[in-house]
Design a protein around this ligand. Structure first.
Ligand code: HEC
Length: 224
């Protein structure tokens, strides 16, 4: 083989190796980006707690932030850097007057903030069409395993002991039990006529969460 031929072979094989490496890295990135479902795990919780009337919805957009859409949320996100993203910084803020959601609302749960950080660290992908409705089991709904996590994500910021909006406390079993028994829990989350629609951002909880709440209330709202 002449030296030119050797060079040519070397160049071609280097190209092939780089191509394979690159394909693998795109594939890995895509899987990583998809591991947290923006549409079902991030967006609805931000909408319920932040995209409310007078706050960060499309009409008010307080401070220029409309947090009711992916594009709006991305204005407060630095892809790849969760802890340095504005949306995370304001949720973690120590000074109450700067924290979001602002007092009297309670801070977002540390689990949710951690999920947002992971989602941003992984590239803040706009992952949709992955709703968790497949396999929604409403046969044995438990207060602690099924109901509490939903209330914590979507309701407790406005309905805790120090901020009982409308006199409703959803951070304790007794508080939840009383609105379960008088019909207001189901009335408000299903947006039935005669009840204030909850969460007030206007977007209903997904069908699986709604059906679990209904099944739990129909079973007598047990402390299970
Ligand atoms: C952004 C704040 C906020 C969030 C989040 C929120 N609420 Fe409310 N809620 C309020 C306010 C304010 C009122 C009282 C005024 C009203 O009735 O609209 C209220 C009232 C209620 C009432 C009484 C309704 C009635 O018709 O008497 C219930 C029940 C309720 N909320 C349940 C929930 C549930 C369940 C969630 C979560 C799925 C939730 N709320 C999320 C602010 C909030």
């Amino acid at each position: 083989m002449t030296t030119t031929k050797i060079h040519k072979v070397a160049r071609v094989s280097l190209g092939v190796v780089m191509l394979i490496a690159c394909l693998q890295c795109t594939k890995r990135n895509e899987e990583d980006l998809k591991s947290i479902c923006f549409e079902s795990e991030i967006l609805p919780i931000i909408q319920a707690n932040c995209a409310t009337i007078g706050c960060h919805n499309s009409t008010t957009a307080a401070d220029g932030y409309d947090l009711s859409t992916y594009e709006g949320i991305m204005r407060a996100v630095k892809p790849g850097n969760g802890r340095d993203s504005k949306i995370v910084k304001v949720m973690l803020e120590d000074k109450e007057e700067k924290r979001m959601p602002p007092p009297p609302a309670a801070p977002m749960s540390s689990q949710f903030i951690e999920l947002v950080i992971q989602w941003i660290d992984k590239g803040a992908g706009h992952v949709v069409g992955c709703s968790l409705e497949v396999g929604c089991d409403t046969s044995s709904v438990s207060f602690s395993a099924d109901i509490t996590p939903v209330l914590n994500d979507f309701c407790v910021s406005c309905h805790n002991a120090s901020a009982p909006s409308g006199g409703v406390v959803l951070s304790t079993y007794n508080g939840v039990k009383s609105v379960a028994d008088d019909g207001r829990l189901v009335g408000s989350v299903f947006h039935l006529p005669g009840f204030s629609p909850m969460p007030p951002s206007g977007t209903r909880l997904d069908e699986c969460k709604l059906n679990k709440i209904k099944a739990w209330v129909n079973a007598g709202a047990p402390a299970n």
